[in-house]
Design a binder for this molecule. Structure first.
Ligand SMILES: Cc1ncc(COP(=O)(O)O)c(C=O)c1O
Length: 559
């Protein structure tokens, strides 16, 4: 056999002698030799500050001669993959990342290898069509006309929020593209908003001081009456209420706001004040879109035989999120939860594709995009995308995930996570010293409060809402310190003893009546392999660990 030249090996022209699968197989073999236990939640190996710096130093040299593929791949995996979370592991309950569907990752890898630029059809070939296909599926899920709605893939949930704010600004302020953002522009966000909403306001020049927060009600949905008061007073003050970003499944509680109620509120305001623009409603549904897979489900006959409590939760949440059709835009992250795709895989969905004209680069001859030969393409989303080069891999990966799991597969997956979360909440709340913070949540996250023994009498019979309402600032501080110390200690013990479940911590889950942030431990199962066995293990481990911590460390100040 003729030996391949180094150039042909690294830049193969023929897929028959292609090396990608060989290199991937080599990489898979290394990973399987490192990850011996299939339940591990992270890839083993040192991952600490010192080791981190030494890896940076080790790899900060540009070698004058190339090294063999095996050596390169081996070195990279052995050094850089240590400590990486394994999203498919049933022991990882760390955050809302997604276990990747291997069909989706294969399509993603091969698309990256071909290197598809979703700029325009001249650069993407037919690959751009996948973006339209996914967008059509998403239109169907919220029951809007495929000719009306349109989605574009972008670089994360953060970008979906950025797009919404940019479109809102351009709709409410004419000439903004040339003159910049006026000083009297305002946006409304929600009390439990993801921080990316404020980041978008900062990056777009709105300024975070121009964001007004709609307070949350007891079940964490955003208060429509208070929102109305805020908007009315802004308009009366001569401000531009450019838009509002609603909850479409918050990070911790999966709360979905009353989208239809907000749409009707905006209609009322436009009529009452005879506004020359309609404040844009965006729903941050990058997590909450998942419930749309229940579109068309026969909840009455329940063919999947989902248990009644879970079915009821799903039904309520589905009814809330199905109102996305009354919003102007919304976001979808296939790299979160049940989405099954490699990151980033986000779609900014507009329910009125004409809205994209507001951010067109070419319509007003704002900018000339001659570098990308737009005039020779029949489809050119780059006319309105923020990015010029966008990878073709993401829409293809999403399509692969949707097709390989199917609607039924997604439904079963989501129902399983919700049912097991209910079970975890039930089991852990029966243990003294543990309180569920997000008891009204319909989703698959558990926010847990750990109570130190000295506060047990005070907090013993109260639910979390009462604790939040009644506690002194001093007691909340005590609770926060206790939880932080426990998490830090437990994390270390877990790493040393190779204990299984890996969960997370939030320093600011919610604010007390005095405006003090209350911390909570966060359990975010996302693996399709999660089961009752792991629920029980998590409960048992937590129970034991808290006992040891309380007895040996907390009161002895050994921490
Ligand atoms: C509700 C919500 N919106 C936006 C984001 C930001 O998404 P990304 O990290 O993909 O930019 C997150 C991230 O978790 C989120 O939970």
């Amino acid at each position: 056999m003729k030996l391949m030249s180094r150039t042909s090996e690294i830049f193969p022209l023929n897929y028959k002698y292609h090396n990608l699968s060989k290199i991937c197989l080599f990489a898979e073999n290394i990973l399987s030799s490192i990850i011996k236990d299939r339940e591990l939640a992270r890839i083993p190996g040192s991952c600490n500050n010192d080791n981190y710096s030494s890896i940076i130093n080790k790899f900060s040299t540009f070698p004058s001669k190339g090294v063999s593929s095996e050596k390169v791949v081996g070195k990279i995996i052995r050094n850089f993959f240590c400590g990486v979370p394994l999203w498919r592991s049933p022991n990882l309950q760390y955050n809302v990342g997604s276990p990747v569907n291997v069909v989706s990752s294969a399509i993603s890898a091969i698309s990256q290898d071909v290197n598809i630029y979703n700029i325009n059809t001249g650069l993407s070939g037919n690959a751009l069509a996948a973006e339209h296909a996914v967008s059509n599926i998403l239109c169907d899920l919220i029951d809007i006309d495929r000719d009306k709605g349109m989605g574009i893939f972008t670089f994360g949930g953060t970008a979906t929020n950025l797009y919404s704010m940019k479109i809102a600004i351009n709709k409410s302020c004419t000439d903004v593209s040339k003159n910049g953002v006026p000083k009297n522009i305002k946006f409304l966000i929600t009390e439990d908003a993801h921080f990316s909403h404020a980041v978008a306001a900062n990056w777009l020049g709105i300024g975070t001081n121009n964001l007004l927060t709609i307070p949350a009600t007891k079940n964490r949905t955003s208060d429509t009456h208070l929102a109305e008061e805020i908007m009315e007073s802004l308009i009366q003050n001569g401000d531009i209420v450019s838009g509002i970003i609603l909850n479409g499944g918050t990070t911790y509680d999966h709360t979905v706001d009353d989208i239809l109620g907000y749409s009707q509120l905006i209609d009322r305001l436009v009529n009452k004040f005879n506004l020359g623009y309609r404040p844009h409603i965006h729903v941050d549904s990058v997590i909450g879109w998942s419930w749309l897979v229940f579109s068309g489900y026969d909840f009455g006959n329940n063919p999947l035989k989902i248990d009644s409590d879970t079915l009821n939760k799903i039904h309520i949440q589905y009814q809330r999120i199905s109102k996305l059709k009354y919003a102007d835009s919304w976001g979808v992250d296939f790299h979160k939860g049940i989405g099954g795709c490699p990151v980033p895989c986000s779609v900014f969905m507009s329910n009125n594709k004409l809205d994209f004209l507001n951010i067109s680069k070419n319509s007003e001859q704002l900018t000339k995009t001659h570098q990308i030969a737009t005039e020779f393409s029949f489809d050119s989303p780059s006319d309105f995308t923020l990015e010029t080069s966008r990878s073709g891999a993401a829409p293809l990966a999403a399509l692969a995930a949707l097709n390989s799991l199917g609607k039924q597969g997604y439904r079963k997956y989501l129902a399983k996570l919700i049912s097991l979360t209910t079970s975890f909440k039930h089991k852990i709340s029966n243990v003294v010293g543990f309180k569920i913070a997000n008891i009204t949540s319909l989703g698959f996250v558990t926010m847990l409060i750990l109570v130190p023994r000295e506060l047990n009498n005070l907090f013993g019979n109260k639910d979390f809402f009462e604790i939040m309402q009644d506690s002194s600032a001093e007691d909340i501080e005590k609770l926060n310190i206790y939880m932080k110390c426990f998490y830090k200690w437990d994390n270390q013990i877990r790493a040393e003893k190779k204990l299984t479940c890996i969960y997370s911590y939030s320093s600011s889950y919610i604010k007390s009546k005095d405006g003090i942030s209350i911390s909570a431990l966060k359990f975010y199962p996302v693996s399709p392999h999660f089961s009752e066995k792991y629920v029980d293990q998590t409960v048992e481990n937590l129970k034991k660990q808290k006992q040891i911590f309380d007895k040996n460390y907390w009161n002895n100040s050994k921490i």
